[in-house]
Design a protein around this ligand. Structure first.
Ligand code: PLP
Length: 385
């Protein structure tokens, strides 16, 4: 019989979560109702800021952040290449231009020194990505964005629950984006949120998620009026109340889940630190890492098989390894449109060749973790040079 593949990430949904969703399905408001503000307030409070605006994906959250930042044609926004395409795509949605700055080869995070090199008189903002769940060096990035009068935006889709120098992710940038896709820390099916301490950013985002209209359906119904104005070109990025009910219910278990992710990471660390063909990603001592992913770097010169073969062997052994990510500037669309390509960001390109994400989700049992460790060490040992 075919053994079920242990995936690299997976949601956990409890009976309590299901009850919370069903309760909303029986209520008057399936969308634009009270659960949205409740979820927004709870996430904002959790990360220690004033405002949260919930939307229907992490990608929508990024688009909203670019709108609030006022990005438009002619503007440049600096992004790391080792991320999901949406981090850079959101700049294009607003007509801006993504400029790729390389990562630090040891932490795999956006390198502040590289950011500084890419700043021109067209630069408006920097998007930091907390790759795998490890916070970027926010003090260093903030010093640069302040000095040049730029906005600092965080794509923290990997890092809900992480902390930098004991400050929560979500409170460190001008605008921070989260995703609630099922592989992320908590889920609403699809969903996302922008959090910010600045009401002047939150207000336009609330409009932008609702076609650029100044009031929503519930506000008009409460005021007994049909009149509304569309002041900007927005989108329908609304999330539903039953999704937010799921998010509220999931949030109760977030801290426990991040602890479990850290426990799994510690088990992996203990073994892989002594495996010659594995290079560990450096974790900064000031980071409280949320481990959305657990990536390892293969020292390919110490192996007589390629990453592709290793990947395939592990998948056939039932280990759902993955690779995060193909550097964005190497995708055909970016190559064609911006003439990007190999050599633009050498650290990201080299690390990409070595990367492998191991299964990492809170519902993994200790014997799952042991199985992953045993299979990987076995395949590596068999093929070591
Ligand atoms: C998941 C993710 C997104 C997009 O989130 P969706 O909810 O899938 O739209 C953006 N950036 C990063 C780094 C992500 O991991």
């Amino acid at each position: 019989m075919n053994k079920k593949l242990l995936p690299y990430g997976r949601h956990s949904v409890s009976e309590e979560d299901i009850r919370a969703v069903v309760e909303v399905l029986r209520s008057d408001w399936l969308t634009t109702g009270p659960k949205i503000a409740e979820f927004e307030q709870q996430i904002a409070e959790f990360v220690g800021v004033k405002e949260g605006v919930a939307v229907n994906s992490g990608t929508a959250a990024l688009h909203c952040a670019m709108f609030a930042a006022g990005i438009g044609p002619g503007d440049e926004v600096i992004v790391p290449p080792l991320t999901f395409a949406a981090t850079a795509n959101c700049i294009l949605y607003m007509g801006g231009r993504p400029v790729f700055a390389d990562i630090e080869p040891d932490t795999l995070l956006l390198d502040p020194a590289e950011v500084e090199k890419k700043i021109t008189d067209k630069t408006k903002a920097v998007i930091a990505v907390d790759y795998a769940g490890q916070p970027c060096d926010y003090d260093a990035l903030r010093a640069i964005t302040d000095r040049h009068g730029l906005l600092l935006i965080a794509d923290s889709c990997h890092a809900l629950g992480a902390r930098y120098k004991d400050r929560p992710i979500g409170s460190l940038a001008d605008l921070t984006c989260f995703s609630f896709h099922p592989v992320k820390h908590i889920t609403t099916g699809e969903g996302g949120m922008v959090v910010t301490d600045n009401p002047d950013f939150a207000e336009p985002i609330r409009r932008f998620r609702n076609h650029g209209i100044t009031t929503d359906h519930r506000q008009r119904s409460e005021r007994g009026t049909w009149y509304y104005e569309m002041t900007d070109l927005g989108f329908n990025y609304r999330i539903t109340d039953f999704q937010c009910a799921l998010g509220i219910s999931q949030l109760k278990r977030l801290q426990e889940w991040v602890s479990r992710r850290r426990e799994i990471a510690a088990s992996y660390d203990r073994v892989f630190v002594d495996v010659d063909a594995v290079q560990m990603v450096r974790i900064r001592p000031d980071a409280y890492h949320a481990y959305h992913l657990y990536p390892i770097l293969l020292r390919l010169e110490k192996l007589n098989i390629s990453r592709t073969i290793l990947f395939q062997e592990l998948v056939s052994a039932g280990i759902g390894v993955n690779v995060h990510y193909i550097p964005v500037h190497l995708h055909p669309y970016y190559r064609r449109r911006f003439q990007t390509g190999a050599g633009n960001c050498p650290h990201a390109e080299q690390r990409y060749e070595q990367l492998l994400s191991l299964p990492m989700f809170p519902a993994m049992r200790d014997d799952d973790v042991e199985f992953v460790i045993q299979q990987i060490t076995q395949v590596i040992r068999k093929n070591q040079r």
